[in-house]
Structures are given as C-alpha cells and as structure tokens.
Design a protein around this ligand. Sequence first.
Ligand code: FE2
Length: 219
Amino acid sequence: MFAARRALISNTIKDVFTRRLKHSLPDLPYDYRALEPIISAEIMELHHSKHHATYVNNLNAAEEKLQEAVAKGDVNTQIALSPAIKFNGGGHLNHSIFWCNLSPNSGNPDAALANQISKDFGSIEEMKKRLSETTVAIQGSGWGWLGYDPKTKSLRIATCANQDPLHATTGLVPLFGIDVWEHAYYLQYKNVRPSYVQAIFDIVNWQDVNARFKNATGC
Ligand SMILES: [Fe+2]
C-alpha cells in the first residue's frame, strides 16, 4: 500500500518535472497570409507548422532521453545526444526569433539603433547591403544575422551554419536573422536566394529589432 502510494507520488512528480521541461511551438504573431506577397502563405504554413514543429518535437525527445541518461549516470549517451540538442534546440530558438523579426507593418529603426547602425556601418543602406551579401553567400543551409557584441559594444554581421544558434556559438546577441534554408523560400523564389533576401527587408519588424537592441544594450 505504502509502496504503491510512494510510486504514484514519484510518478506524479516525474510527470510535472517532464511537463515543465517540454517546449512547445509558439503561435505566429500574425496570420499565415500576413507576409504576402514577400513570403507566401504556403511557405509560412509549412515552415511554421511542419519544420519548426519538428525541431520542437525532436528537441523534447532528445531532452527526455538526456534526462534518462543523467538519471542513470550514462555519460556516453549524454555526449551522444548533444548534436541533436544543438540542432533541434537551435532550430527552435532561431525560428522563435525569426517569426517575431518579421511583420507586415515594417516600421523603422528607432533613434538609438539607427545611431548605432550609422556608427558601425556608415548607414542603414550599407548595413542592409553587407547583411544581404553575407547571407546570400552562405554555402548550403544556415542563417545570416545582425547581432550585438556586448564585448565591443558594437553591431556585427555574422553567419551560422545549419541551425547553430547565434548566441551560443558566437556570443553575439541576435537582433535580426534571415533563414536561408531552402524551406524558407524555395517554393516561391526557387533557386534565386538573392531575391528572397532582398525582399525580406520590406517585412522587417523594426519594433522587435529595436526592442532586442534595447534589451542587449541594457538601456
Ligand atoms: Fe527555417
């Protein structure tokens, strides 16, 4: 009787712990059609409900296995799981930023961000040009980023391969990211990545980028 009750309590605690650690697919802050004609509803629906959802599901599965491995003291399995956690965790983090980085109501950089862009790149147009060129040139799948370097207190352009997350791999704070996996544009732009990258600047959610910059600089 006692043993059964103890097992029930133990399982309940385990369930609560496991549930708390589960990641979930965030809702888009707009409709799938909202970014047309720059990004089609078909791409947005597949990208969000299939691709991002898969990263979330695979991250949860990998973390569950990691919990079991940690509980057993199985270090080999813990190490073997790290690529899956990096890939799927990165995919979840990157896409969660990406959806918020975009909006049908684009806006402009605020004064603080505009000043920093001018200081580090000369002008907003020059920053866009350099971010576009760098992002278009990524070999294979990856992300182009405008990030903030807390060490030098300056903006930087960087690229990450696959789903490597910017902050964990470079130390830069992500402000604006461009997904150049083919799933992000191929159905609409085919092989013409430069047209997709150029068009995405028309749907930058500058309010979101301003807020991320403010948060990164702490002012
Ligand atoms: Fe993607």
